[in-house]
Design a protein. Sequence first.
Length: 159
Amino acid sequence: MDISAREKNIWIEFTITALVSLYYFYSSYQLSGWTQVANYEMSILVRNVIILSVVISIILYALFARETPEQKDERDLAIESRGNASGYYSLTILCSILIGIIMLSEGILLFAESGTLIGEASSELTVINSSVAMHLILVALMISALFKQATQLFYYRRG
């Protein structure tokens, strides 16, 4: 399988983004269910994520990206722009969905506070506070970055 230096770099970025994102989101959800941002454990987690991403970057780039990438030609620029467009479209869609979920959550919460919902239904409502919204925005950013890189890899493989 013949892979160019630019394609190797995209594969490395994709791997780093996926691994670090999975580690961060899994660990942060295990800490507090994304309800707290400003606590000691989250600061340790952020420090560990930064160290992990630097170490993984050093290892992967040292092992697989030894040659320098050549100048970008028209094909590389077209593939990069298609990847950027895919990432931006996915980010727009995910943020629109997030805004809709937040608005729906607020509407249900106001509906419950008015006394229309009674009993168990009002106690099972999901409230999206600022720290949960922050994590959902981070999820949207990571997914859009993965879409961008996956699109670029698709077009490089397609030729």
